[in-house]
Ligand binder design. Structure first.
Ligand SMILES: [Zn+2]
Length: 132
């Protein structure tokens, strides 16, 4: 190896009020899936999430929440998506990975408490979350 591995250690920094907004939105959407766009910025592998946007034309049901990606306005402050899993674990499904958008995918499992939020990359590997 000539080059050192320069990959930054990835992490997600989630603002506390944004986390609380996510949790109440998921609770409101239950028993359907809720989906939101995450706003923020990425700095050297640290994805800072400080805002939420309700996606245009979203539709949801008990097993699928989504919207056509072509409807998403192009905005560099959109760092990913968050959606809820009313049933089962917070692991991304094949469909979730197929519809991956941005840098990070947050999944919240029922009952949508503080410890029910998980962050994943496009390969389905976990990314640690820090509440800021
Ligand atoms: Zn899912």
């Amino acid at each position: 190896m000539i080059f050192k591995d320069t990959k930054f250690k990835r992490q997600v920094s989630l603002k506390k009020e944004t986390r609380d907004g996510i949790l109440s939105y998921c609770k409101m959407s239950h028993p359907n899936e809720g989906i939101l766009i995450l706003r923020g910025k990425s700095k050297k592998g640290n994805i800072i999430i400080d805002g939420l946007v309700i996606p245009p034309f979203s539709h949801s049901g008990p097993t699928f929440a989504g919207f056509p990606e072509s409807f998403l306005p192009f905005d560099l402050s959109y760092v990913g998506l968050i959606h809820s899993h009313p049933i089962g674990s917070a692991k991304p499904s094949i469909t979730d990975l197929h519809n991956f958008f941005g840098l990070v995918s947050l999944i919240v499992k029922s009952p949508y408490e503080d410890d029910d939020i998980f962050a994943w990359d496009s390969k389905g590997d976990p990314i640690p979350i820090t509440i800021i």
